[in-house]
Design a protein around this ligand. Structure first.
Ligand code: BDR
Ligand code: CA
Length: 315
């Protein structure tokens, strides 16, 4: 199996991405990190613990990440409900976070992978990039332990979803994103250009509800809450499947079309803060630092999730 670490800010779509990953024996999930993002850290951490319990994966260590972005004031998500999980009522988690924080855990895992002859670790980033930026600043040698960063974030040809130009994860910590993109890591970027191609329509939600089993019913509930009902923006009812594309990419990269480019992140302009700007045509002379998803087989991704959730069985 592929060794992976998830860094997330659950978040409805983070939860779906994790529940999909839990069902995939192809992935060896070494740790889950929770970061301030869609909700304050206390809440994203609690949600991460609850999702582990919901998915029967109490075995995965969960670490608390950054309480705040590097420089800016925190902003939080708008469409995830009061509790960040579509106001689903899950039991208070019995599972506790590890005593070691997320940045230290990242440095430990990646440092070990860098020093060993074994496989390197794939980092799956579903939220603001604060933890990874801090780890790189503290221990730059950990880069050698990273197989690839597969992240949800950014908007290239699409407009922003949180500001005119910027996608939420980038706007929530633009300085961290700039550090990560400048670090020379192998990166695959699943931004709004890809995620807006995978719209969950009411008929898809119904097909998840029809998969028998507790987990698919919970996911269908999360998806129903996620429906923005914003036809002006998305053409008809439905909500875009953002973070789950990260898990889908790990399991079925053939569903995606990517293109390499140099990515820069705007950190100064009040109007364009957090904008991801790609040099598609090599104008800057700087080498590509990311593979950017520009196409995705939406039907293939939805089918993949239906199959993953069916693996939980009918219980
Ligand atoms: C991203 O922002 C968050 O609200 C979602 O969880 C996703 O990671 C989409 O822009
Ligand atoms: Ca997220």
């Amino acid at each position: 199996p592929i060794p992976v670490i998830f860094d997330c800010d659950p978040g409805i779509d983070d939860a779906i991405a994790l529940l999909g990953a839990f069902a995939a024996p192809e992935l060896d999930i070494r740790a889950i990190l929770a970061v301030c993002g869609n909700q304050p850290l206390e809440r994203t951490l609690r949600n991460a613990l609850q999702i582990c319990e919901l998915g029967g994966r109490e075995d995965i260590p969960v670490h608390a990440g950054a309480h705040r972005p590097l420089c800016r004031d925190p902003i939080h998500g708008k469409f995830h409900g009061e509790n960040g999980l579509g106001d689903t009522l899950l039991p208070d988690p019995l599972k506790r976070p590890e005593p070691v924080g997320a940045v230290e855990a990242l440095i430990d895992h990646l440092g070990q992978a860098a020093r060993s002859a074994g496989p390197k670790i794939t980092l799956c980033c579903l939220g603001p990039l604060t933890d990874l930026a801090l780890a790189l600043r503290l221990a730059p040698d950990i880069a050698a332990g990273i197989e690839r960063v597969v992240m949800m974030g950014g908007a290239f040809r699409e407009p922003g979803n949180r500001s005119l130009t910027s996608e939420f994860n980038m706007l929530a910590d633009p300085h961290a994103a700039a550090i990560v993109f400048a670090a020379g890591l192998p990166m695959t970027v699943l931004g709004l250009d890809a995620t807006h191609q995978v719209m969950l329509r009411p008929e898809h939600v119904a097909s998840f509800a029809a998969v028998s089993g507790r987990i698919s019913r919970s996911v269908a509930g999360l998806m129903a809450f996620w429906d923005r009902n914003d036809p002006q923006r998305y053409g008809s009812r439905g909500g875009p499947l953002h973070d789950p594309l990260v898990t889908a990419f790990l399991l079925a990269p053939e569903l995606f079309e990517t293109r390499p480019a140099r990515v820069f992140v705007e950190t100064e302009s009040p109007l364009c803060l957090g904008q991801t700007v790609a040099d598609w045509f090599g104008k800057t002379g700087a080498p590509a630092n990311a593979d950017i998803a520009i196409g995705v087989d939406a039907g293939g991704v939805i089918q993949l999730y239906l199959e993953l959730l069916a693996r939980y069985g009918t219980g």
